[in-house]
Write a protein that binds this ligand. Structure first.
Ligand code: DOR
Ligand code: ZN
Length: 435
């Protein structure tokens, strides 16, 4: 088989270099060899990309792969396959596994399993505190120096409650230029909360989690980032107030990056009226004004990245009454479709901006070497080709994820992933996973 692959006839959108226009990409031994209009390469296998957008493989800063511990809900293998089919070449699994990824052994195991599966590059996130219990710092240095070379730490699922510990973590992480990613939630205001606090929660009689519970922690975190000079990343911003706080902090030079999840720019708390627990998520779906503020934040770059917070749950756990269901929803296989249908088509973001938030944007938030572009000679061929015009209907039963908890079942979306290359090898070809 030829070691050369020519992606021919596509529209190359590479946000890292600013390129947007017709160009062919020649891949040789897994590495990009040439990028130009009308590349000629004798002996190369030609992949017809006519009508397709060719771009860097997507990077997801925030997924839950459930391994180790809940392999019935997802595994590194099933989650990697879902990611590849979604157009991703890199994912960052959160440490809220069982055992928690709070030491070198677990993060190394997760990274090694990711390599073995080989469908996406897996960059584990380490826990900030031991067991994510919020009492004492985990050995960030040992995880950073481990074979997994962890450079991002989070207690995701929980906030870092104690300001003192967040301060220590931000200071300590500076030594290895790592980032602390916080799940902003003041638990004293969200104890027992079931959904966003507002008119709908009052009507339904469900205990609410006010936007202020997120915003006050965002404000605290920004102040501590400023105090320490450490790198802060804010997970899944859901409220307009949070977006505004980050915008102001960035304007005064605070080292902060932020992400938003597709559900927070596509769904509102109105969905809770169905009492279908598939819509229960943390932080909760908020109001239309919040959805629009998150979209605006993505548009002006206040929000650096779309991150799915892909949170698979086993059917027997999730398909129970609302109050008993765990929060979380699937995201990897619907992210591109939602970005195109809900952000690009209605005119919130241009295609190149939207793809930036899936590639170069997340690659700015932490180290994901070889991912996010630019697409240039010498770079590893981590590439996605998708058909922006193809319409498809989400079918929960057809997802590669082990879990079924997508809130988008039946929804029509634009944008179908056709090919994905990881270091020049197909992980997805003609819309199907290669393994
Ligand atoms: O909805 C959520 N699900 N939010 C989180 O912070 C954790 C996640 C999970 O692990 O299921
Ligand atoms: Zn979270």
């Amino acid at each position: 088989m030829s070691r050369k692959l020519l992606l021919r006839g596509g529209r190359l959108v590479d946000p890292a270099s600013g390129h947007d226009g017709a160009a062919d990409v020649l891949v040789d031994h897994g590495v990009i060899a040439e990028v130009d209009a009308g590349v000629r390469a004798a002996g190369a296998r030609v992949v017809d990309c006519g009508g397709l957008v060719v771009c860097p493989g997507f990077v997801d800063l925030h997924v839950h792969l459930r391994e180790p511990g809940r392999e019935d809900a997802e595994t590194i293998e099933s989650g990697s396959r879902a990611a590849a089919l979604g157009g991703y070449t890199a994912v960052c699994p959160m440490p809220n596994t069982d055992p928690v990824a709070d030491n070198a052994g677990v993060v190394e195991m997760v990274a090694a399993r990711g390599r073995e599966v080989g469908l996406v590059d897996v960059f584990p996130v380490g826990a900030v505190t031991l067991g994510q219990r919020g009492a004492e710092l985990a050995e960030l240095g040992a995880m950073a120096r481990s074979a997994a070379a962890v450079d991002c730490f989070s207690d995701d699922g929980h906030p870092i409650r104690e300001a003192r510990l967040l301060r220590l973590a931000l200071e300590y992480a500076r030594a290895f230029d790592a980032v602390i990613a916080d799940h902003a939630e003041d638990s004293s205001l969200t104890d027992g909360a079931q959904m966003h606090e507002g008119e709908v929660s009052a009507m339904l009689g469900l205990r609410g989690w006010p936007a202020a519970a997120e915003e006050m922690v965002v404000a605290r975190d920004l102040l501590l980032a400023e105090l320490t000079g450490g790198r802060l990343h804010l997970c899944h911003l859901s409220s307009g107030g949070s977006v505004e706080l980050v915008r102001a902090a960035k304007a005064r030079g605070v080292r902060v990056t932020a992400e938003a999840a597709p559900h927070h720019f596509t769904l509102t708390d109105e969905e809770a009226r169905s009492f279908d627990p598939v819509f229960k998520v943390n932080p909760p779906l908020r109001e239309k004004a919040d959805v629009e503020a998150v979209r605006q934040g993505l548009a002006d770059g206040t929000v650096d990245a779309v991150a799915t917070d892909h949170a698979p749950h086993a059917r027997e756990d999730k398909e129970v009454e609302w109050a008993a269901a765990p929060p979380g929803m699937l995201g990897l296989e619907t992210a591109l479709g939602l970005v195109l249908s809900e952000l690009v088509e209605p005119g919130w973001l241009r295609l190149s901006q939207a793809l930036e938030r899936l590639t170069a944007g997340p690659a700015r938030c932490r180290r994901v070497p070889g991912h996010g572009g630019p697409i240039e000679p010498g770079a590893p061929a981590n590439l996605t080709a998708f058909d922006p015009a193809a319409r498809w209907a989400v079918d929960a039963a057809a997802l590669a994820s082990r879990a079924r908890n997508t809130p988008y079942h039946g929804r029509q979306l634009s944008g179908r992933v056709v090919h994905v290359l990881l270091r020049g090898s197909f992980t997805v070809r003609d819309g199907g996973a290669t393994r």
